[in-house]
Design a protein around this ligand. Sequence first.
Ligand code: ADP
Ligand code: F6P
Length: 324
Amino acid sequence: MSKEIKTIGVLTSGGDAPGMNAAIRAVVREAVVKGRNIKGIKRGYAGLLAEEIIDMDGKDVSDIIQRGGTILQTARCTEFTTPEGQKKGADICKKHGIDGIIVIGGDGSFRGAQKLAALGINTIGLPGTIDLDISCTEYTIGFDTAVNTAMEAIDKVRDTSTSHERCSIIEVMGRGAGYIALWCGIANGAEDILLPEKYDFDEQKLVNNIIEKRRRGRKHHIIINAEGIGHSASMAKRIEAATGIETRATILGHMQRGGSPTCKDRVYASTMGALAVDLLCEGKTNRVVGYQNGEFIDFDIDEALGMKKAIPEYQYQICQNMAM
Ligand code: ADP
Ligand code: F6P
């Protein structure tokens, strides 16, 4: 028989993402509706190990659905990657009566959640990252806001790039994943996109493309470079030297992680937050919530972490075709 969950803990871990607050709000309010106690754990696994645990109720999450960041704060925590740290975390949960926990974060955070589940704390993960790089889901909390923020910024850079007839290299976030770069590549009509999953480091090909497009009358040349490739400033210098065309680099950076979440991020994060509570109430553990083919679903964490996700080849191709 599955155990009845009385007290649910919630934490945010890893990089923050717009919509995490909407998810926290949904977790807290759904738990209250379902008659469960709810505790907020501050600063991710670091706060768990430091016992930064607060009682929450419905009013504690009022006025946050529209806010970026996470009211619980977030952190990275090396101690929690050790078996001793994980055991300490599970013991602290038990000490505070937390028998179910909801972890909002990326793959790394899910690995931590998996360990807590193995130590007897019922655990559900919610995909929270602007990078969209969680294999079991087509949607992650924060991607929609981040990619819209990046798109708007790139439109602005493009205006000045066209006026000055320059080449612009715009670096977007994504250390290991090119989804923001790919989506902006299509949405902003970029001439080139450099994705960690795809880039062959053939700079001469880029140079040739810039020269050819300029010869055909193109007044700007937008290169969207993912953070994982980086080095945008030095790349700009080399491209300017090789093409004779003024080239500037703009790094969008952490502005992509902040700001008020879009409607989609608010609605999806709210749905996922409520679903996580419902899964715990059904006695489920070691699961992550995902979105596939128009439905919110859940997977075994071990299975989810074993899945692979690739850059969609067709979208990558049309991004290049549109930049003809
Ligand atoms: P994300 O969750 O966004 O992928 P990180 O990879 O930085 O971000 O992971 C967030 C935190 O999750 C880490 O600081 C660590 O505390 C925990 N974590 C990551 N990997 C593991 C692991 N293998 N085992 C236990 N905890 C982990
Ligand atoms: O949230 C994901 C992400 O933005 C990655 O794209 C990036 O590599 C990483 O976080 C950087 O995080 P930080 O600057 O907080 O270490």
